[in-house]
Design a protein around this ligand. Structure first.
Ligand code: SAM
Length: 255
């Protein structure tokens, strides 16, 4: 899979992504990354790519033409590629989106800066406006890196069997269970006994139940989409009832 990134800071993207699992996948030729400096498409002798906003107001706006030329160059000789514009007003990125985007052969990312980008080039070429969360960052580079990392992990061959994403958070709408490694006792605190038992069915059951506990505690809205077997569903209903009793008790004590 090939990732193209249109940016004013190509070195930021290169340095951020050529490490660890993604670096290894690039070396193996499973994914590739190409950064393009939008400034190279400026028609201005000072290489400006921004201008004042029509209608007044604070800040500068990235002009349409350098971005259009940059994107057209990336697509030259082939069909238009899916173009993701990183923006706080886009659809919020999640694991399902990462999986869906990982099916593409190529993706182009547009990193904004300043107050944003001239709407005319966005409406002409952008297929997916995407946000990484409800906060405002200074530029689209970090969001692009976040998305590329999450998408690349879903590309077959990027994760080894040991790193498999199958048991990670958001699989089956559950958060991941707690993890432990050596030593068996750390500062007086022992690893849960079931994990030392070697009894795989019990370990699996314990992990499912801890995933349910954690999801109920931090992201209860996810559980509506989780597929649970009979035992897990029973555990969930009991945990939900216990949580409700605790909430009722707490609000009674507040009064
Ligand atoms: N004026 C814009 C607004 O209110 O929506 C914010 C511009 S922001 C300072 C500059 C650039 O950072 C944006 O064009 C976008 O590319 C990127 N950016 C900022 N926050 C982001 C977020 N939560 N998700 C994705 N991209 C973001």
């Amino acid at each position: 899979m090939k990732f193209h990134v249109m940016t004013l800071f190509p070195e930021m993207i290169e340095q951020g992504l050529h490490t660890s699992i993604l670096g290894r996948a690039m070396d193996a030729g499973i994914i590739s990354l190409s950064t393009v400096n939008i400034r190279d498409y400026s028609e201005d002798k000072h290489r400006h790519v921004d201008d004042y906003p029509y209608g007044g107001g604070a800040g500068m706006v990235m002009a349409a033409e350098p971005i259009a030329k940059c994107y057209e160059d990336i697509c030259a000789g082939g069909p238009k590629k899916r173009l993701i514009y990183l923006t706080p007003w886009g659809r919020v990125f999640n694991q399902d989106m990462a999986k869906e985007l990982a099916k593409e052969e190529e993706l182009v990312f547009l990193c904004g800066h300043y107050e944003g980008v001239d709407e005319r080039v966005l409406s002409r070429y952008v297929t997916d406006p995407v946000s990484i969360g409800d906060y405002v960052l200074s530029g689209g580079e970090l969001p692009a890196m976040v998305m590329i990392d999450a998408i690349a992990r879903m590309v077959p061959g990027v994760l080894t069997n040991e790193e498999s994403g199958e048991t990670e958070s958001f699989e089956n709408n559950l958060l991941e269970y707690p993890q432990y490694t050596r030593p068996e006792v750390w500062r007086g605190e022992a690893v849960p006994e079931v994990l030392l038992s070697g009894h795989h069915a019990n370990v699996d059951r314990w992990r499912t139940e801890r995933s349910i506990d954690r999801t109920l505690m931090y992201r209860p809205e996810l559980l509506a989409g989780a597929v649970l077997d009979k035992k897990a569903k029973k555990y969930y209903n009991e945990a939900l009832a216990a949580q409700k009793r605790a909430d009722d008790e707490a609000s009674k004590n507040e009064k």
